[in-house]
Design a protein around this ligand. Sequence first.
Ligand code: SF4
Length: 215
Amino acid sequence: MSVTLKINEIFFSIQGESLLAGKPTVFVRTAHCNLRCVWCDTKYAYWQGEPKTIDEILAKVKEHETEYVCVTGGEPLAQKNVSELMSRLLAEGYIVSLETNGSFSIKDVPLKVIKVIDIKCPGSGESEKMAWENLEMVQPHDQFKFVVASKEDFDWAQELCTKHHLHEKCPVLYSPVYGKVKPADLASWILKAKAPVTMQMQLHKEIWGPEERGV
Ligand code: SF4
């Protein structure tokens, strides 16, 4: 029997987040998420989606000329067959990244996949749900991402990074919640704290606008 995943959308756009920001990328957005972050901007992925076989997903990805594929959500690791999808994409020669909400273990994710792992700050309402073992399982090509909704979130992220030596494990990204924290405020907190992080804006929202889907 063919292996399927419930897919919300597959589209070609500019990567808006992570250290791959700016790269033309095919996005495979899976349906479902086990979290409900208060500032979530992809609520439509909670329920909407169609089952697709891995062959169907690959055929759709191949319609576009790029070496970058990002598996995102929703929460991709909420579907067990996603590891097989990522393995097949790697076998086809793609540079594969995974955007995960940090609440599932990354133990079954193929090692070559670039994992961009959220660590949910208290302002998300979901910081209690993190799979903390992930902090010890990353490789240098992975990235930890904190989405910051307040100065309290920033201070919490700083403390966590120091306590677990996250900067020594892989790059750490800080990004402001769109419309909630002024980028200039986050930038000044980072500079004042001399935080060795990469500040990120959601590039796709700057390019296409905050409400646009499938970009
Ligand atoms: S983990 Fe992502 S998709 Fe899920 S609720 Fe949070 S922001 Fe939305």
